[in-house]
Design a binder for this molecule. Sequence first.
Ligand code: ZN
Length: 191
Amino acid sequence: MSILKIATIGNPVLREVARPLSREELASPRWQRFIDDLIETMMDANGAGLAANQVYQPVRVCALHVKDNPRYPYKPNIPLTILVNPEIEPVGDETFMNYEGCLSVPNLRAQVPRAVHVRVRAWDRQGEDLAFDVKGLTAGTYQHEVDHLLGKVFLDRVVDTTTIATWADFERHHQAAFVERARALVARFGG
Ligand code: ZN
């Protein structure tokens, strides 16, 4: 396994709409090895998720994992999850304001409206069908990752540009209020 290079904002690969993988491709050693590398790269960088086009492969694959994440100490844990060819749709119209960051957007965070409840359909890394609902703060993480596969980054979704902050300024000026809201969401929906 190896650690892959992460593309940063301005690199055209982040703006490509990722192509689906066939089940045959997914089963191949090449793409199974790629998924191992995607996971290792995400964990090495303390990401909550990582999409394939963030590591220069514009295919519809992303990984998610939160385990007591130091970048996002208020985030509920998410077991390691691989989504292949994911589709995501909101359930209902309730949204919340999520303070997001991204390994491809160094040292910036901003508030982004996200659906509080989504339905996810995808394959796992073996090509088996997955279908499940995600609620609360974790729903924001899923929407962030699937956005990458559509060529979007969280900055595209910012409504109030005055919420854009460096990580240090987020911690100093915005974290306390956000963590209070985040805790209320976690209390309501659990991990
Ligand atoms: Zn990201």
